[in-house]
Design a protein around this ligand. Structure first.
Ligand code: AR6
Length: 183
């Protein structure tokens, strides 16, 4: 299973995969961070399609086309805002990942690139978020052999280090060599 998981340092908007995941908000109308970058790269059609979806609750996900992106689809996931850890944030973040994977299972998606949801503007602790992301990914991969690649795309060193450590622990993977790892 470890060979189906990659951790890279990079920009999610540049990933040529079946679907990239967006760290969206409940309005699905765009925003800053990774959401803003994806909308800029995809072009205005993306926000037009998002408008028709009528929002998404925290812990949910919705799928659109990728338009000018290299990815065919965008899965917009809404993670929780960190409030100290006692407001069900762990479960809501896990649910956001499960919602992403439900869509992956329903569509013809074999490769997916995922950013570190909730760890920017929403301030979720990075190590805790990485643990949840990798655990949910493992649970899904075990039951879905048709998903051949999950690419965790890290935009900063702290996330990269956490994901490499988590993947090593949860999947038994010792190195991201050959996967465009940190140079
Ligand atoms: N590629 C990969 N990862 C990125 C990129 C990129 N191009 N840009 C940022 N990141 P954030 P959130 C990382 O704030 O915390 C938006 O305004 C970043 O380093 O994008 O879920 C939405 O509209 C961080 O680790 O998302 C919502 O209102 C991670 O992506 C709100 O922010 C997530 O940071 C969502 O906040």
């Amino acid at each position: 299973m470890a060979d189906r998981v990659q951790v890279i340092f990079g920009d999610i908007t540049q990933q040529a995969v079946d679907a990239i995941v967006n760290a969206a908000n409940t309005t699905l109308q765009g925003g800053g961070g990774v959401d803003g970058a994806i909308h800029r790269e995809a072009g205005p059609h993306l926000v037009w399609e998002c408008r028709k979806l009528g929002g998404c609750p925290t812990g949910g996900a919705r799928i659109t086309k990728g338009y000018y992106l290299a990815a065919k689809h965008v899965i917009h996931a809404v993670g929780p805002i960190w409030q100290g850890g006692t407001a069900g944030e762990d479960e809501l973040l896990a649910r956001a990942y499960r919602s992403v994977f439900e869509l992956v299972a329903q569509q013809d998606i074999h490769t997916v690139a995922i950013p570190s949801i909730s760890t920017g503007a929403y301030r979720f602790p990075i190590d805790r978020a990485a643990r949840i992301a990798v655990r949910e990914t493992r649970l899904f991969l075990e039951r879905h052999p048709q998903l051949t690649e999950v690419r965790f795309v890290c935009y900063d060193r702290a996330n990269y280090d956490c994901y490499v450590a988590e993947v090593a622990e949860v999947m038994g993977k010792r190195s991201t060599e050959g996967a465009g790892g940190l140079n």
